[in-house]
Design a protein around this ligand. Structure first.
Ligand SMILES: *Cc1c(COP(=O)(O)O)cnc(C)c1O
Length: 386
């Protein structure tokens, strides 16, 4: 294990603590497996497993039975291949860039072909080989981001993919988090119609929110991301997932200020009366967006401590007047995400989504991973760290 993944390590004096509950992660994976019985439950671990550490998260999912992993970028796929056993599939959502064909072959990485250009690049590579190469074909059901259009599909020639083994046809929902959206049913019908060009190929459609839309969205394989990490898959229903992330920030200074005191950059807050303030050791460089200025809050044992003034790069000032005098002192921790404030609460105050908060948390917190008791790293990891 690298130092950042050592077990239950405590590091006194850190300025912030990011606790990542891998037992909750595993339970979330198993809950999703239950939603897709006898189908494949893949895991989306792109962007370093949404900022939580793909190299730590992925082996835990492996032990829970996960064999199919999605990443976005080639460097993510390569580092994942170096730690996962060979009975796993690693899919590259963004697909091939010219010149990545060799590394995909040598590392057994399966690209998603999002366009004819990408499909032909891969098929051409396959022509130089004795065996067919695996691929996923993505079709665009109305997002205009990645994937073949209806027109592209109709104009595909067999010779564009004659050396490829199409493992799945996939598509992605643009509005899956809107539970009632008729949009989704419409997209599902598009998907079924468009994929009928490949009648014998397995289908993969649902992200986290899609899984909750109903059985007809499940198909052969689901690809959840945010739900694994405890994020609410859908804004419209109660979050069924277990929280994975706890974030606490240390107090670095407290003070009492008289009425009329200007607080923070730009003096955007002026104390209307005498107040007690604390400065805490994280800021926008730690994924607490500047949009939380004069808006968001932290919690101490259930008491809401509003952010006042602007969020700085490395610190934030909070109003602690609600707490009994001398409650908070240097080194004490306040909660940003945890019992009193969910990931979604924080994201909402910041005017963003849980995905952006998680992937922005950065590397300055002390990370404490809580492992399941029965966790043992896959053989390949043991070798690497010997
Ligand atoms: C990121 C991503 C996912 C995972 O989505 P969640 O909403 O996090 O479950 C699935 N499919 C594609 C194509 C993605 O880009």
């Amino acid at each position: 294990m690298t130092s950042s993944t050592s077990r239950n390590q405590s590091a006194e004096g850190a300025s912030g603590y990011l606790t990542i509950d891998l037992m909750a992660l595993r339970d979330n994976y198993l809950l999703l497996v239950d939603k897709a019985p006898n189908r494949i439950t893949a895991a989306v671990v792109k962007a370093d497993a949404y900022g939580l550490g793909a190299e730590t998260i992925s082996p835990v999912l492996y032990q829970a039975g996960c064999r199919h992993y999605f990443v976005a970028h080639i460097n993510e796929a390569i580092s994942l291949r170096n730690i996962l056993p060979s009975d796993t599939e690693i899919y590259l959502l963004n697909g091939l860039q010219p010149s990545n064909q060799d590394i995909c072959v040598s590392k057994n990485i399966t690209p998603v072909a999002n366009s004819l250009e990408q499909l032909v690049l891969w098929n051409t590579k396959a022509k130089s080989m004795s065996e067919k190469l695996d691929v996923i074909i993505q079709i665009d059901t109305g997002m205009a981001r990645l994937g073949f259009s209806i027109d592209d599909i109709q104009h595909l020639n067999h010779s564009d993919f004659d050396r490829l083994n199409i493992k799945f046809i996939m598509s992605h929902l643009a509005c899956a988090d809107e539970y009632d959206s008729t949009h989704n049913t419409h997209k599902l019908h598009n998907f079924i119609a468009m994929s009928s060009a490949f009648p014998d190929v397995q289908k993969c459609f649902a992200n986290s929110a899609g899984v909750l839309l109903g059985d007809e969205f499940i198909h052969s394989m689901i690809r959840p991301g945010i739900a694994l990490y405890g994020g609410a898959p859908s804004g419209s229903i109660t979050n069924p997932m277990k929280p994975v992330v706890k974030l606490e920030i240390a107090v670095i200074q407290t003070r009492t200020v008289p009425s009329g005191t200007a607080v923070g950059y730009g003096a955007s807050f002026v104390a209307p009366a005498e107040m007690r303030l604390a400065t805490i050791a994280a800021g926008y460089a730690d994924g607490l967006p500047r949009s939380l200025s004069n808006k968001g809050a932290f919690y101490y044992q259930g008491t809401r401590l509003p952010i006042i003034g602007r969020v700085s790069m490395d610190s934030i000032i909070i109003d602690i007047s609600e707490l009994p005098t001398n409650t908070l002192k240097l080194g004490d921790l306040v909660e940003a995400i945890g019992t009193y404030q969910t990931l979604e609460d924080l994201a909402e105050d910041a005017g963003t989504i849980s995905y952006e908060i998680l992937t922005s948390l950065g590397s300055r917190y002390h990370r404490n991973y809580i492992y399941p008791d029965d966790f043992s790293a896959p053989e390949i990891l043991m070798k690497k760290n010997r």
